[in-house]
Design a protein around this ligand. Structure first.
Ligand SMILES: [Zn+2]
Length: 337
């Protein structure tokens, strides 16, 4: 899988920025050292001119070249030892005048052994996290940190199953969704009260897929609708960016549409939502919908077309239990409301 091109450009720019910073950082340290110990500047000048002599010798290649090269190298070496001693004597680090890198392996080029460095891959993933609008949640939410103990093991008489078992089944479906992402034509609809982990699990799925190189966007339905309205009705300088954002709703590998039903519903917004959902289905782009509304409430709110589309191509997963945010001192599930 390959990320959007814009991500690669953004990462390349980051490396350029880092290298500029490294240069400026070294320059600042050098100035401070020269000011404190002027002799070191003289030594550096001498090392530099010895270097030039070595190059000249190599170009001219006189008869006694090897002897003179060896002498110059010895001279350089002793200068370097003197320089190091002076640095340490004056309270500096031995490598005070060396370039310092964020990544020693690739020296902040992003390439090591003719391959993208590990740090490059990490930066790319971080950029993809940012693009998904989930960077905050993605830092600490994952299948590994999912806390089943928050769900009651008592059987809920209404559903004949405990919230604990229900969520176990849902997590299994979520993991399978990730594993089969390229092969399945399945979409997911998470349905249940607020605070039962719908957004959390959507984030877990997003995280796994982004790490594998898929593009993921998370938006509340409210945000999507206002974005589309802006694009349709607003006129101004930011049209290009609005257009790009609107396009990404159609083109991302996974769209997480959070809080369906919380947006202000009009004929226009309904049509716009249907268009996104439908276009994604046709293009076999996966979508996860989160909603607090039941199928009946959804049917009352949206057109018949939207609902039959959803019923036909989404696996509907019901979240049951009590609002978990009331059980935890912190808002562990980061739901929208
Ligand atoms: Zn690196």
């Amino acid at each position: 899988m390959a990320y959007e091109r814009a991500l690669y450009f953004a990462v390349e720019n980051e490396y350029e920025e880092i290298r500029r910073h490294n240069e400026a950082d070294l320059e600042a340290r050098r100035s401070a050292v020269y000011e404190a110990v002027p002799e070191i500047r003289e030594i550096d000048d001498e090392i530099h001119s010895a270097g030039l002599s070595i190059v000249n010798l190599a170009v001219q290649s006189p008869k006694d070249m090897n002897q003179r090269l060896a002498a110059l190298r010895d001279h350089q070496k002793s200068l370097q030892i003197r320089r190091k001693t002076l640095l340490l004597e004056n309270g500096f680090d031995a490598d005070e005048l060396s370039m310092r890198y964020m990544c020693e392996r690739c020296k902040d080029t992003g390439v090591s052994d003719h391959k993208p460095c590990e740090c490059y891959r990490r930066r790319l993933i971080m950029k993809a996290f940012e693009k998904s609008n989930l960077s905050q949640q993605l830092r600490n939410q994952s299948f590994k940190t999912f806390d089943y103990s928050l769900y009651s093991q008592e059987i809920d008489p209404q559903f004949g199953v405990s919230p604990y078992n229900a969520i176990h089944n849902i997590v299994t479906v979520c993991k399978q969704f990730v594993a089969d992402f390229d092969r399945t034509d399945k979409n997911l609809l998470f349905w249940g009260e607020s605070g039962l982990g719908k957004t959390f699990l959507s984030t877990c799925i997003a995280k796994e897929l982004i790490k594998e190189g898929y593009s993921v966007i998370y938006e509340t339905t409210y945000q999507i609708v206002s974005r589309l309205e802006d694009y349709k009705f607003k006129r101004g300088d930011d049209m290009e960016s609005l257009k790009t954002q609107a396009q990404r709703l159609y083109e991302s590998d996974l769209l997480i549409l959070d809080d369906l039903g919380a947006e202000f519903s009009t004929a226009y917004t309904n049509a716009a939502l249907f268009d996104i959902l439908n276009s994604r289905l046709i293009a076999n782009k996966k979508t996860i919908i989160n909603t607090n509304l039941s199928m009946k409430e959804l049917a009352d709110r949206y057109s018949e077309r939207v609902i039959s589309r959803i019923m036909g191509s989404y696996q509907i997963l019901q979240f049951i239990g009590e609002d978990l945010r009331l059980k935890t001192s912190v808002n562990a599930f980061g739901e929208n409301k």
